[in-house]
Design a protein around this ligand. Structure first.
Ligand SMILES: N[C@@H](CCC(=O)N[C@@H](CS)C(=O)NCC(=O)O)C(=O)O
Length: 237
């Protein structure tokens, strides 16, 4: 059994989609980040970086004790290996392509779209520089994705962990009111991936309605748990 320490965000959904795709048994351990449930020493022992998602594999392949994995990209690779190389192409070039696009998602699409979400949705109004900077970078990355998907059906030519990593982030652009109309290849790919039964099952859990809004309303305490003093203090000593 695999415990998935989970919030229904794009990073969390990568893991639930992957688990549904490969059919490994798992259970969700839900966290309420607004209440600071992820800021505990217990969770820090599972993920030293204190962020979600993370998994604990109670039956790792080496037969040893429970094993924790953090960082959604590393979790996808771990689960692929556990499932006998599932959703990693066998062909050398395609496998490298899957790794390249997975790294691109982890270092580019995810963090930059994350910052765009922060400045557009959560930052106090009037942060024009942050909105412009990360909005431009988020759009640039969509243009990179569009160009790739105009010449390849999937990121590594065949459906792989790279698509699983990127798809939930593109889906989340609705929350920052990005129009996908200028990206026909992305829309074709979004539909193809979104129609997969495992993707449907892996994205059933939704964020609370307030968190789906363009500008969620947070109390000062919730803000502090997510972005401020409480979050920072939990990393001290
Ligand atoms: N690079 C990490 C990012 C994880 C991340 O930032 N997760 C968010 C939720 S999607 C989180 O835990 N936020 C809580 C916080 O920032 O305190 C990954 O891909 O797993």
């Amino acid at each position: 059994m695999i415990d998935v320490h989970f919030v229904p965000t794009p990073n969390g959904n990568k893991v639930t989609i992957m688990l549904e795709e490969v059919g490994l048994p798992y259970r969700l351990v839900p966290y309420n980040m607004l209440e600071g449930e992820h800021l505990t020493p217990e969770f820090r022992r599972i993920n030293p970086n204190g962020r979600l998602p993370a998994i604990v594999d109670h039956e790792p392949a080496d037969g040893g004790g429970p094993f924790a994995v953090f960082e959604s990209g590393a979790i996808l690779l771990y689960l692929s290996e556990k499932a006998g190389g599932a959703l990693m192409p066998a062909d050398l070039r395609r496998r490298s392509l899957a790794q390249q696009w997975l790294m691109w998602q982890m270092a580019g699409l995810g963090p930059m779209h994350g910052q765009a979400h922060h400045f557009i949705r959560y930052a106090p109004e009037g942060q024009d520089y942050g909105v412009a900077r990360y909005g431009a970078e988020a759009r640039r990355l969509l243009a990179v994705l569009e160009a790739r998907l105009a010449v390849a059906e999937y990121l590594a030519e065949e459906y792989s962990v790279a698509d699983i990593a990127s798809w939930p982030w593109v889906r989340a652009t609705y929350a920052i009111s990005f129009d996908l109309e200028p990206y026909p290849s992305i829309r074709r790919w979004m539909d193809a991936v979104g129609e997969r039964p495992a993707v449907k099952r892996g994205t059933e859990t939704r964020n609370a309605p307030n968190l789906q809004k363009l500008r969620p309303v947070l109390t000062p305490q919730q803000w502090s748990n997510l972005f401020g003093e409480n979050m920072l203090k939990s990393f001290e000593g």
